[in-house]
Structure formats: structure tokens, C-alpha cells
Design a protein around this ligand. Structure first.
Ligand code: IYR
Length: 221
């Protein structure tokens, strides 16, 4: 154990930071229309490092971030993703209640943004780890850990003025082969990264109010 003594902020400063951070995060939107403007690799690397500060089960850090900037690989990802999504949307694999839920988002099988963006990051969850002797190492709360890392990744990108989409072309298994990942890894989420297109539009969504998402139980002091 080592000492941990983070600075204690005064309360005014805390309120200010709470408001400023919420307002910044509340401006984030998932983007499906990207420009092809280049994004420095270092920015994406810093976002990956930020994501990796996530807490994880027994600190096993059960994640691999696969970075793709190669146009040919992006093309293959798009092709494979569209093949799956075409079955979803046009081959009747999407159940009716999904179709209805997606209607307001205006999504379809076409995923051109997978080729437009300068970078794609695919987050793989590690079902188990491997020690130096190649023996299996148990990983704990893998989904929870990767979910938190994904959240921090999205926040980091937004904070540096970049846009992304938490994209899960379904099923995502094709990414394992296409990206040459080992048997202990499964695709968790894919993040096309770039700047919104000049004519980018997003659905006119409302976020739930605090009343709708929070309940207090018992009596607070
Ligand atoms: N994976 C499909 C469908 C899709 C599903 C949900 I849930 C979304 O929030 C958005 C899309 C696609 O990418 O189009």
C-alpha cells in the first residue's frame, strides 16, 4: 500500500466543476456522419490511456484496444459490418420491437462512416488472461470493466473535441478474424473516431431528468 492524498477541493470549486463537467458531457452526441479530416494518432492514444484508467475486477485490466487507421482494413470492416447489418435490416433478423426502437435513429444497414473516419478503435474484452507461462489467468467482471473503460474512452474523446459512436455491428464475431485477435478475446464495442461532417445531423433526443433516473431511499442526514 502507498499513501493516497488527493487535494480536497473547497465546496464552491466542487459545485463549479460539477456543473461545468456535466454541461460538457451533456453536449456529447453519438455521431454517424463523419468528415475525413485527419486526427493525430497521439490524441487517440491518449484517449486509450484514459480509458485504461478504468477500475477493473481485481485490477486485471481485461481489455485490448485495437487501433485501425489502415484504409484497406477499414474497408474490410465496413464490408463485413454491412454484410451482417444487411441481414439484420433487410433479411428480417431484426425483431419487430428492435426495428421500432431504431426508427427514430434513422439507422439502416449502410455504414459508410467506417471508411470515412481516420481511425477505428475496436475494444476487445479479454475473457481470461495469460501469464508469462501461457497459463490461463482468471479475469473478473469483464463486461463491467470494459463498459466503464468504454465510457471513459467516449468521455476522453469528447473532451478533446472528437466525435465517436459506440457501434456494435451485430454479430461482431467477424472482427476477431479480421483483426487477428487471439482466442481469449471477444469484440466488445467498436468506435469510429473523427470530426462530425459539416452537414452532420443527430436525432432530436431528450435525456431523462434526474427525477426519472434517481430515487432516494431512506432519510439522508
Ligand atoms: N447494430 C445495428 C442496429 C442498432 C442497434 C441498436 I440497440 C442501436 O442503438 C443502433 C443500431 C446498427 O448498427 O445499425
Amino acid at each position: 500500500m502507498i499513501p493516497y492524498r488527493p487535494e480536497r477541493l473547497d465546496e464552491l470549486e466542487q459545485h463549479d466543476r460539477a456543473d461545468v463537467f456535466y454541461e460538457e458531457m451533456n453536449r456529447r452526441r453519438s455521431v454517424r456522419f463523419f468528415s475525413d479530416d485527419p486526427v493525430p494518432r497521439h490524441l487517440v492514444e491518449q484517449a486509450i490511456l484514459t480509458a485504461s484508467t478504468a477500475p477493473s475486477g481485481a485490477h486485471r485490466q481485461p481489455w485490448t484496444f485495437v487501433l485501425v487507421g489502415d484504409p484497406e482494413i477499414k474497408r474490410r470492416i465496413r464490408e463485413a459490418a454491412e454484410e451482417e447489418e444487411r441481414i439484420n435490416y433487410e433479411g428480417g433478423r431484426l425483431p419487430e420491437h428492435w426495428r421500432e426502437a431504431l426508427e427514430p435513429l434513422g439507422t439502416d444497414w449502410r455504414k459508410p462512416f467506417l471508411e470515412t473516419v481516420p481511425w477505428i478503435v475496436v475494444l476487445f474484452e479479454q475473457r481470461y488472461g495469460l501469464n508469462e507461462d501461457g497459463e490461463k489467468l482468471h479475469h473478473f467482471y469483464v463486461k463491467e470493466s470494459c463498459g466503464i473503460a468504454a465510457g471513459l474512452f467516449v468521455a476522453a474523446l469528447h473532451h478533446m473535441g472528437l466525435a465517436t459512436l459506440t457501434h456494435t455491428p451485430s454479430p461482431m464475431k467477424f472482427l476477431t478474424n479480421l483483426l487477428g485477435r487471439p482466442e481469449n478475446e471477444r469484440p466488445f464495442c467498436m468506435f469510429p473516431i473523427g470530426y462530425p461532417a459539416d452537414d452532420c445531423v443527430v436525432p432530436d433526443l431528450r435525456r431523462k431528468s434526474l427525477d426519472e433516473i434517481m430515487v432516494e431511499v431512506g432519510e439522508s442526514r
